[in-house]
Design a protein around this ligand. Structure first.
Ligand code: AMP
Length: 460
Protein backbone atom coordinates (compact mmCIF):
# COMPACT_ATOMS: atom_id res chain seq x y z
CA UNK A 1 0.00 0.00 0.00
CA UNK A 2 1.19 3.50 -0.78
CA UNK A 3 1.89 5.84 2.12
CA UNK A 4 -1.46 7.35 3.17
CA UNK A 5 -2.21 10.93 2.13
CA UNK A 6 -3.40 13.09 5.04
CA UNK A 7 -7.06 14.07 4.78
CA UNK A 8 -7.74 17.65 5.77
CA UNK A 9 -10.75 18.33 7.97
CA UNK A 10 -10.48 15.03 9.87
CA UNK A 11 -8.13 15.84 12.76
CA UNK A 12 -6.36 12.90 14.40
CA UNK A 13 -4.46 13.32 17.64
CA UNK A 14 -1.24 11.64 18.70
CA UNK A 15 -1.47 9.68 21.98
CA UNK A 16 -0.34 12.49 24.36
CA UNK A 17 -2.78 14.96 22.74
CA UNK A 18 -5.52 12.35 22.87
CA UNK A 19 -4.79 12.07 26.60
CA UNK A 20 -5.61 15.81 26.83
CA UNK A 21 -8.91 15.25 25.02
CA UNK A 22 -9.73 12.25 27.22
CA UNK A 23 -9.05 14.22 30.41
CA UNK A 24 -11.27 17.03 29.15
CA UNK A 25 -14.05 14.57 28.32
CA UNK A 26 -13.67 12.93 31.75
CA UNK A 27 -13.83 16.30 33.50
CA UNK A 28 -16.89 17.46 31.54
CA UNK A 29 -18.64 14.14 32.14
CA UNK A 30 -17.93 14.36 35.84
CA UNK A 31 -19.46 17.82 36.16
CA UNK A 32 -22.48 16.91 34.03
CA UNK A 33 -23.07 13.78 36.11
CA UNK A 34 -22.67 15.70 39.38
CA UNK A 35 -25.72 17.65 38.21
CA UNK A 36 -27.66 14.51 37.38
CA UNK A 37 -27.30 14.53 33.59
CA UNK A 38 -27.41 10.99 32.16
CA UNK A 39 -25.17 10.05 29.26
CA UNK A 40 -26.59 8.77 26.00
CA UNK A 41 -25.07 7.93 22.66
CA UNK A 42 -27.17 8.15 19.52
CA UNK A 43 -26.50 6.27 16.28
CA UNK A 44 -24.47 8.12 13.65
CA UNK A 45 -27.07 7.79 10.90
CA UNK A 46 -30.41 9.60 10.69
CA UNK A 47 -33.01 9.67 7.92
CA UNK A 48 -32.21 12.51 5.51
CA UNK A 49 -35.64 14.12 5.83
CA UNK A 50 -35.08 14.50 9.56
CA UNK A 51 -31.59 15.96 9.05
CA UNK A 52 -32.85 18.41 6.44
CA UNK A 53 -35.58 19.81 8.70
CA UNK A 54 -35.26 23.06 10.66
CA UNK A 55 -32.77 25.93 10.28
CA UNK A 56 -32.23 27.76 7.05
CA UNK A 57 -28.56 26.87 6.89
CA UNK A 58 -27.46 24.06 4.66
CA UNK A 59 -25.46 21.93 7.02
CA UNK A 60 -23.54 20.16 4.24
CA UNK A 61 -24.89 16.77 5.14
CA UNK A 62 -22.91 13.64 4.32
CA UNK A 63 -25.08 10.97 2.75
CA UNK A 64 -24.54 7.32 3.64
CA UNK A 65 -24.46 4.92 0.72
CA UNK A 66 -23.68 1.21 0.56
CA UNK A 67 -21.62 0.46 -2.54
CA UNK A 68 -23.77 -2.43 -3.72
CA UNK A 69 -27.12 -1.05 -2.66
CA UNK A 70 -29.78 -0.24 -5.25
CA UNK A 71 -32.33 2.54 -4.81
CA UNK A 72 -34.84 0.29 -3.09
CA UNK A 73 -32.52 -1.01 -0.37
CA UNK A 74 -33.84 -0.27 3.11
CA UNK A 75 -30.67 1.55 4.11
CA UNK A 76 -30.89 4.32 1.54
CA UNK A 77 -31.87 7.85 2.47
CA UNK A 78 -29.61 8.05 5.52
CA UNK A 79 -27.06 10.70 6.39
CA UNK A 80 -24.50 11.38 9.13
CA UNK A 81 -25.68 13.74 11.88
CA UNK A 82 -24.28 17.29 11.67
CA UNK A 83 -24.99 18.14 15.32
CA UNK A 84 -26.24 16.34 18.43
CA UNK A 85 -29.52 18.22 18.78
CA UNK A 86 -31.31 16.72 15.79
CA UNK A 87 -30.51 13.10 16.75
CA UNK A 88 -31.44 13.89 20.35
CA UNK A 89 -34.84 15.25 19.30
CA UNK A 90 -35.46 12.05 17.33
CA UNK A 91 -34.28 9.93 20.28
CA UNK A 92 -36.71 11.72 22.63
CA UNK A 93 -39.63 11.08 20.27
CA UNK A 94 -38.67 7.47 19.72
CA UNK A 95 -38.09 6.58 23.37
CA UNK A 96 -40.45 9.02 25.10
CA UNK A 97 -42.43 6.13 26.61
CA UNK A 98 -39.32 4.96 28.48
CA UNK A 99 -37.93 8.32 29.59
CA UNK A 100 -38.70 10.35 32.68
CA UNK A 101 -39.36 14.06 32.10
CA UNK A 102 -37.83 16.53 32.60
CA UNK A 103 -35.06 14.49 31.01
CA UNK A 104 -31.47 15.69 31.50
CA UNK A 105 -28.89 14.21 29.21
CA UNK A 106 -25.35 14.81 28.08
CA UNK A 107 -23.85 13.52 24.90
CA UNK A 108 -20.25 13.68 23.69
CA UNK A 109 -19.88 12.43 20.13
CA UNK A 110 -18.48 13.26 16.71
CA UNK A 111 -20.51 15.15 14.12
CA UNK A 112 -19.90 15.51 10.39
CA UNK A 113 -20.29 18.52 8.12
CA UNK A 114 -18.97 18.86 4.58
CA UNK A 115 -17.50 22.31 5.16
CA UNK A 116 -14.30 23.81 3.79
CA UNK A 117 -11.77 22.83 6.45
CA UNK A 118 -9.83 25.54 8.28
CA UNK A 119 -8.56 26.18 11.79
CA UNK A 120 -11.38 25.26 14.19
CA UNK A 121 -13.63 24.12 11.36
CA UNK A 122 -13.49 20.45 10.53
CA UNK A 123 -15.46 17.84 8.62
CA UNK A 124 -15.46 15.53 11.60
CA UNK A 125 -15.54 17.18 15.02
CA UNK A 126 -16.57 16.25 18.54
CA UNK A 127 -19.29 18.15 20.40
CA UNK A 128 -20.25 18.01 24.07
CA UNK A 129 -23.92 18.82 24.62
CA UNK A 130 -26.18 19.11 27.64
CA UNK A 131 -29.94 19.53 27.33
CA UNK A 132 -32.99 19.35 29.54
CA UNK A 133 -36.23 18.38 27.83
CA UNK A 134 -39.72 18.50 29.27
CA UNK A 135 -43.02 17.00 28.22
CA UNK A 136 -45.53 19.68 27.18
CA UNK A 137 -43.82 22.23 29.41
CA UNK A 138 -40.42 23.04 30.80
CA UNK A 139 -40.13 25.69 33.53
CA UNK A 140 -37.77 28.60 32.86
CA UNK A 141 -35.45 27.74 35.77
CA UNK A 142 -33.96 25.03 33.54
CA UNK A 143 -32.58 27.80 31.29
CA UNK A 144 -30.60 29.00 34.28
CA UNK A 145 -29.67 25.43 35.21
CA UNK A 146 -28.07 24.45 31.88
CA UNK A 147 -26.17 27.71 31.74
CA UNK A 148 -24.82 27.22 35.27
CA UNK A 149 -23.84 23.61 34.61
CA UNK A 150 -21.95 24.52 31.43
CA UNK A 151 -20.24 27.48 33.15
CA UNK A 152 -19.14 25.15 35.94
CA UNK A 153 -18.05 22.39 33.53
CA UNK A 154 -15.99 24.70 31.32
CA UNK A 155 -14.65 26.65 34.31
CA UNK A 156 -13.04 23.41 35.53
CA UNK A 157 -10.97 23.09 32.33
CA UNK A 158 -7.53 24.63 31.81
CA UNK A 159 -8.65 26.79 28.87
CA UNK A 160 -8.11 30.46 28.07
CA UNK A 161 -10.82 32.68 29.55
CA UNK A 162 -14.29 31.98 28.17
CA UNK A 163 -17.15 34.40 27.83
CA UNK A 164 -20.79 33.31 27.70
CA UNK A 165 -22.69 35.94 25.73
CA UNK A 166 -26.38 35.61 26.41
CA UNK A 167 -29.46 37.11 24.83
CA UNK A 168 -33.14 36.29 24.58
CA UNK A 169 -35.18 35.84 21.42
CA UNK A 170 -38.36 37.13 23.10
CA UNK A 171 -36.52 40.29 24.04
CA UNK A 172 -35.40 40.93 20.45
CA UNK A 173 -38.71 39.96 18.89
CA UNK A 174 -40.70 42.01 21.42
CA UNK A 175 -38.46 45.01 20.92
CA UNK A 176 -38.80 44.92 17.12
CA UNK A 177 -42.54 44.36 17.41
CA UNK A 178 -42.87 47.22 19.90
CA UNK A 179 -40.93 49.43 17.51
CA UNK A 180 -43.37 48.53 14.75
CA UNK A 181 -40.87 46.89 12.39
CA UNK A 182 -42.89 45.23 9.61
CA UNK A 183 -40.83 42.02 9.24
CA UNK A 184 -39.40 40.96 12.61
CA UNK A 185 -37.84 37.71 11.35
CA UNK A 186 -36.04 39.51 8.53
CA UNK A 187 -34.78 42.11 10.99
CA UNK A 188 -33.26 39.39 13.21
CA UNK A 189 -31.54 37.92 10.18
CA UNK A 190 -30.00 41.28 9.22
CA UNK A 191 -28.88 42.19 12.75
CA UNK A 192 -27.13 38.81 12.86
CA UNK A 193 -24.79 40.16 10.15
CA UNK A 194 -23.34 42.84 12.45
CA UNK A 195 -20.19 40.81 13.06
CA UNK A 196 -19.45 40.70 9.32
CA UNK A 197 -20.75 44.05 8.00
CA UNK A 198 -20.35 47.69 9.11
CA UNK A 199 -23.29 49.28 10.94
CA UNK A 200 -24.44 51.49 8.06
CA UNK A 201 -24.60 48.48 5.73
CA UNK A 202 -26.81 46.70 8.27
CA UNK A 203 -29.03 49.80 8.53
CA UNK A 204 -29.53 49.65 4.76
CA UNK A 205 -30.32 45.94 4.88
CA UNK A 206 -32.84 46.54 7.67
CA UNK A 207 -34.62 49.07 5.47
CA UNK A 208 -34.47 46.89 2.39
CA UNK A 209 -35.41 43.49 3.87
CA UNK A 210 -37.34 44.25 7.06
CA UNK A 211 -39.07 47.48 6.00
CA UNK A 212 -37.47 49.43 8.88
CA UNK A 213 -37.39 53.23 8.77
CA UNK A 214 -34.07 54.98 9.42
CA UNK A 215 -35.24 55.77 12.96
CA UNK A 216 -36.30 52.17 13.62
CA UNK A 217 -33.06 50.79 12.20
CA UNK A 218 -31.11 53.12 14.47
CA UNK A 219 -32.98 51.82 17.52
CA UNK A 220 -32.27 48.22 16.46
CA UNK A 221 -28.57 49.07 16.36
CA UNK A 222 -28.74 50.76 19.76
CA UNK A 223 -30.29 47.60 21.21
CA UNK A 224 -27.75 45.37 19.47
CA UNK A 225 -24.78 47.27 20.89
CA UNK A 226 -25.78 46.77 24.53
CA UNK A 227 -23.29 44.55 26.33
CA UNK A 228 -23.46 44.36 30.11
CA UNK A 229 -22.83 41.83 32.83
CA UNK A 230 -25.06 43.24 35.57
CA UNK A 231 -28.51 44.54 36.37
CA UNK A 232 -27.99 47.83 34.58
CA UNK A 233 -29.17 45.77 31.60
CA UNK A 234 -32.80 46.37 32.49
CA UNK A 235 -32.34 50.15 32.75
CA UNK A 236 -30.36 50.31 29.53
CA UNK A 237 -33.05 48.49 27.55
CA UNK A 238 -35.92 50.39 29.16
CA UNK A 239 -34.14 53.67 28.39
CA UNK A 240 -34.67 52.94 24.69
CA UNK A 241 -38.35 53.65 25.33
CA UNK A 242 -39.96 50.65 23.61
CA UNK A 243 -42.77 48.84 25.41
CA UNK A 244 -44.06 45.39 24.58
CA UNK A 245 -45.17 42.35 26.61
CA UNK A 246 -42.82 39.94 24.94
CA UNK A 247 -39.95 42.38 25.38
CA UNK A 248 -40.64 42.62 29.13
CA UNK A 249 -40.77 38.84 29.50
CA UNK A 250 -37.56 38.35 27.53
CA UNK A 251 -35.79 41.06 29.49
CA UNK A 252 -36.84 39.53 32.82
CA UNK A 253 -35.63 36.09 31.65
CA UNK A 254 -32.29 37.44 30.51
CA UNK A 255 -31.79 39.29 33.80
CA UNK A 256 -32.59 36.02 35.64
CA UNK A 257 -29.96 34.12 33.68
CA UNK A 258 -27.33 36.74 34.58
CA UNK A 259 -28.42 36.70 38.22
CA UNK A 260 -28.56 32.92 38.36
CA UNK A 261 -24.99 32.58 37.09
CA UNK A 262 -23.51 35.20 39.39
CA UNK A 263 -22.11 32.71 41.89
CA UNK A 264 -20.58 30.32 39.35
CA UNK A 265 -18.69 32.79 37.17
CA UNK A 266 -15.08 33.50 38.07
CA UNK A 267 -11.54 33.77 36.82
CA UNK A 268 -12.05 31.46 33.90
CA UNK A 269 -15.60 32.09 32.76
CA UNK A 270 -17.73 35.21 32.53
CA UNK A 271 -21.40 35.56 31.63
CA UNK A 272 -22.73 38.75 30.09
CA UNK A 273 -25.72 39.98 28.15
CA UNK A 274 -24.88 40.75 24.52
CA UNK A 275 -28.02 41.90 22.76
CA UNK A 276 -26.52 41.27 19.33
CA UNK A 277 -26.55 37.49 19.69
CA UNK A 278 -29.43 35.92 17.77
CA UNK A 279 -28.09 32.47 16.70
CA UNK A 280 -29.29 32.69 13.11
CA UNK A 281 -32.72 31.45 12.32
CA UNK A 282 -32.40 28.21 14.21
CA UNK A 283 -35.23 26.88 16.32
CA UNK A 284 -34.57 29.04 19.40
CA UNK A 285 -37.50 30.70 21.16
CA UNK A 286 -36.08 32.32 24.32
CA UNK A 287 -32.62 32.26 25.88
CA UNK A 288 -29.77 32.14 23.35
CA UNK A 289 -26.05 31.90 24.12
CA UNK A 290 -22.75 31.90 22.30
CA UNK A 291 -19.44 31.11 23.95
CA UNK A 292 -16.20 32.87 22.95
CA UNK A 293 -12.62 32.15 23.97
CA UNK A 294 -10.37 35.09 24.81
CA UNK A 295 -7.53 35.47 22.33
CA UNK A 296 -9.23 33.04 19.96
CA UNK A 297 -12.06 35.20 18.63
CA UNK A 298 -10.95 34.16 15.14
CA UNK A 299 -12.42 30.71 15.83
CA UNK A 300 -15.84 32.39 16.22
CA UNK A 301 -18.10 30.74 18.79
CA UNK A 302 -16.65 27.72 20.57
CA UNK A 303 -20.12 26.83 21.79
CA UNK A 304 -23.71 27.88 21.69
CA UNK A 305 -27.26 26.97 22.46
CA UNK A 306 -30.50 28.11 23.93
CA UNK A 307 -34.16 27.46 24.53
CA UNK A 308 -36.36 25.78 21.92
CA UNK A 309 -40.02 25.41 22.76
CA UNK A 310 -40.74 22.82 20.11
CA UNK A 311 -37.56 20.79 19.81
CA UNK A 312 -39.59 17.72 19.08
CA UNK A 313 -43.25 17.03 18.60
CA UNK A 314 -45.16 14.03 17.43
CA UNK A 315 -48.58 15.55 16.78
CA UNK A 316 -49.87 14.83 20.28
CA UNK A 317 -47.06 15.91 22.57
CA UNK A 318 -44.55 18.74 22.36
CA UNK A 319 -41.17 18.44 24.02
CA UNK A 320 -39.66 21.85 24.84
CA UNK A 321 -35.97 21.93 25.70
CA UNK A 322 -33.00 24.05 26.58
CA UNK A 323 -29.36 23.15 26.03
CA UNK A 324 -25.82 24.24 25.38
CA UNK A 325 -23.33 22.69 23.01
CA UNK A 326 -19.56 22.97 23.45
CA UNK A 327 -17.25 22.52 20.48
CA UNK A 328 -14.59 20.21 21.86
CA UNK A 329 -12.64 19.89 18.60
CA UNK A 330 -13.00 23.56 17.70
CA UNK A 331 -11.45 24.45 21.06
CA UNK A 332 -8.89 21.72 21.67
CA UNK A 333 -7.39 21.08 18.22
CA UNK A 334 -6.10 24.67 17.79
CA UNK A 335 -4.87 24.86 21.42
CA UNK A 336 -3.06 21.54 21.04
CA UNK A 337 -1.50 22.40 17.69
CA UNK A 338 -0.25 25.72 19.08
CA UNK A 339 1.33 23.89 22.02
CA UNK A 340 -0.84 25.68 24.59
CA UNK A 341 -2.18 22.34 25.79
CA UNK A 342 -0.20 19.13 25.79
CA UNK A 343 -0.34 15.78 27.51
CA UNK A 344 2.12 15.06 30.31
CA UNK A 345 2.83 11.68 28.76
CA UNK A 346 1.93 9.56 25.76
CA UNK A 347 1.19 6.39 27.72
CA UNK A 348 -1.01 5.75 30.74
CA UNK A 349 1.85 4.01 32.60
CA UNK A 350 3.05 5.73 35.76
CA UNK A 351 5.75 3.11 36.25
CA UNK A 352 8.13 1.25 33.97
CA UNK A 353 9.29 -1.94 35.66
CA UNK A 354 12.87 -2.56 34.60
CA UNK A 355 13.96 -5.93 33.26
CA UNK A 356 17.34 -7.36 34.31
CA UNK A 357 17.26 -10.20 31.77
CA UNK A 358 14.65 -12.28 29.93
CA UNK A 359 14.57 -14.90 32.71
CA UNK A 360 13.46 -12.20 35.14
CA UNK A 361 10.42 -11.23 33.04
CA UNK A 362 7.97 -13.18 35.29
CA UNK A 363 9.42 -11.44 38.38
CA UNK A 364 9.08 -8.01 36.74
CA UNK A 365 5.53 -8.87 35.65
CA UNK A 366 4.72 -9.81 39.26
CA UNK A 367 5.81 -6.35 40.40
CA UNK A 368 3.74 -4.72 37.65
CA UNK A 369 0.73 -6.85 38.64
CA UNK A 370 1.07 -5.82 42.28
CA UNK A 371 1.05 -2.16 41.23
CA UNK A 372 -1.86 -2.66 38.77
CA UNK A 373 -3.87 -4.42 41.51
CA UNK A 374 -3.70 -1.12 43.41
CA UNK A 375 -4.73 0.99 40.42
CA UNK A 376 -1.24 2.09 39.37
CA UNK A 377 -0.70 1.74 35.60
CA UNK A 378 2.54 -0.12 34.96
CA UNK A 379 4.36 -1.74 32.07
CA UNK A 380 7.41 -3.98 31.95
CA UNK A 381 10.39 -2.87 29.84
CA UNK A 382 10.28 -4.23 26.30
CA UNK A 383 13.79 -5.66 26.39
CA UNK A 384 16.55 -6.21 28.96
CA UNK A 385 18.76 -3.37 27.76
CA UNK A 386 21.24 -1.59 30.00
CA UNK A 387 19.34 0.19 32.79
CA UNK A 388 20.42 3.57 31.40
CA UNK A 389 18.64 2.75 28.15
CA UNK A 390 15.55 1.50 29.97
CA UNK A 391 15.44 4.82 31.85
CA UNK A 392 15.67 6.71 28.57
CA UNK A 393 12.86 4.51 27.20
CA UNK A 394 10.68 5.69 30.12
CA UNK A 395 11.81 9.28 29.66
CA UNK A 396 10.82 9.36 25.99
CA UNK A 397 7.32 8.18 26.90
CA UNK A 398 7.05 10.57 29.85
CA UNK A 399 6.74 7.69 32.37
CA UNK A 400 7.75 9.33 35.67
CA UNK A 401 8.97 6.27 37.63
CA UNK A 402 11.26 3.32 36.89
CA UNK A 403 11.03 0.33 39.22
CA UNK A 404 14.04 -1.89 39.85
CA UNK A 405 13.01 -5.33 41.15
CA UNK A 406 15.39 -6.76 43.74
CA UNK A 407 18.26 -8.47 42.00
CA UNK A 408 19.14 -10.67 44.94
CA UNK A 409 16.99 -12.11 47.69
CA UNK A 410 17.29 -9.97 50.77
CA UNK A 411 17.94 -6.78 48.78
CA UNK A 412 14.76 -4.73 48.46
CA UNK A 413 13.13 -3.26 45.34
CA UNK A 414 13.86 0.35 44.49
CA UNK A 415 11.94 3.00 42.57
CA UNK A 416 13.47 6.00 40.80
CA UNK A 417 11.74 9.28 40.05
CA UNK A 418 13.47 9.99 36.76
CA UNK A 419 12.69 13.71 36.91
CA UNK A 420 14.51 14.32 40.18
CA UNK A 421 16.82 11.34 40.00
CA UNK A 422 15.78 10.33 43.55
CA UNK A 423 15.89 6.57 44.09
CA UNK A 424 14.32 4.98 47.17
CA UNK A 425 13.57 1.55 48.61
CA UNK A 426 9.99 0.58 47.84
CA UNK A 427 7.51 -2.25 48.17
CA UNK A 428 5.02 -2.79 45.33
CA UNK A 429 2.39 -3.80 47.88
CA UNK A 430 2.41 -0.40 49.58
CA UNK A 431 4.19 2.24 47.42
CA UNK A 432 2.08 5.03 45.88
CA UNK A 433 3.09 7.66 43.35
CA UNK A 434 1.99 11.24 44.07
CA UNK A 435 -1.70 11.58 43.06
CA UNK A 436 -0.69 13.95 40.25
CA UNK A 437 1.40 11.25 38.60
CA UNK A 438 -1.25 8.52 38.63
CA UNK A 439 -2.76 9.45 35.27
CA UNK A 440 -1.58 11.52 32.32
CA UNK A 441 -2.38 15.18 32.98
CA UNK A 442 -2.81 18.32 30.93
CA UNK A 443 0.19 20.64 30.73
CA UNK A 444 -0.66 24.27 29.98
CA UNK A 445 2.00 26.42 28.35
CA UNK A 446 1.30 30.14 28.25
CA UNK A 447 3.11 31.85 25.43
CA UNK A 448 4.73 35.09 26.53
CA UNK A 449 6.32 37.58 24.14
CA UNK A 450 9.55 35.76 23.45
CA UNK A 451 9.57 32.74 25.66
CA UNK A 452 6.95 30.35 26.83
CA UNK A 453 6.61 29.03 30.30
CA UNK A 454 4.95 25.94 31.60
CA UNK A 455 3.20 27.06 34.70
CA UNK A 456 0.29 24.84 35.25
CA UNK A 457 -0.30 21.18 35.31
CA UNK A 458 -3.83 20.06 35.66
CA UNK A 459 -4.77 16.63 36.85
CA UNK A 460 -8.21 15.20 36.74
P1 AMP B 1 -23.83 25.28 15.29
O1 AMP B 1 -24.57 24.00 15.35
O2 AMP B 1 -23.42 25.65 13.88
O3 AMP B 1 -24.46 26.39 16.03
O4 AMP B 1 -22.44 24.99 16.03
C1 AMP B 1 -22.39 24.74 17.41
C2 AMP B 1 -20.95 24.63 17.84
O5 AMP B 1 -20.37 23.53 17.16
C3 AMP B 1 -20.09 25.80 17.40
O6 AMP B 1 -20.10 26.81 18.36
C4 AMP B 1 -18.74 25.16 17.29
O7 AMP B 1 -18.15 25.07 18.55
C5 AMP B 1 -19.03 23.77 16.82
N1 AMP B 1 -18.88 23.57 15.36
C6 AMP B 1 -19.78 23.81 14.40
N2 AMP B 1 -19.30 23.50 13.17
C7 AMP B 1 -18.05 23.02 13.38
C8 AMP B 1 -17.03 22.50 12.53
N3 AMP B 1 -17.19 22.40 11.20
N4 AMP B 1 -15.89 22.08 13.09
C9 AMP B 1 -15.70 22.16 14.42
N5 AMP B 1 -16.62 22.64 15.27
C10 AMP B 1 -17.78 23.06 14.78
Amino acid sequence: MARPTPLSGYPELLPAARAVEREVIASLSRTFELHGFANIETRVAEPLDRLAKGGEIDKEIYVLRRLQADDTADDTGLGLHFDLTVPFARYVLEHAGHLEFPFRRYQIQPCWRGERPQEGRYRQFTQADIDVVGKDELPFHHDVEVMRVMVEALGALPLPRLSFQVNNRKLIQGFYRGLGIPDVTAAIRQIDKLDKLPEDAVVELLAEHAGASAEQAQRCLELATIRVADHSLVDRVQALGVTDDLLSRGLAELASVLDGCRDVVGERVSVEANLRIARGLDYYTGTVVEIYMEGYERLKAVGGGGRYDALAEDGRTTYPGVGVSFGLSRTLVPLISEGVLSGSRAVPSAVLVALADEQSRPASERVADALRARGIAAEVAASPQKYGRQIRYAERRGIPFVWFPASDPGVGDQVKDIRSGDQLDADAATWDPPADDLRPGIVVTHATDETSSTDERQRQ
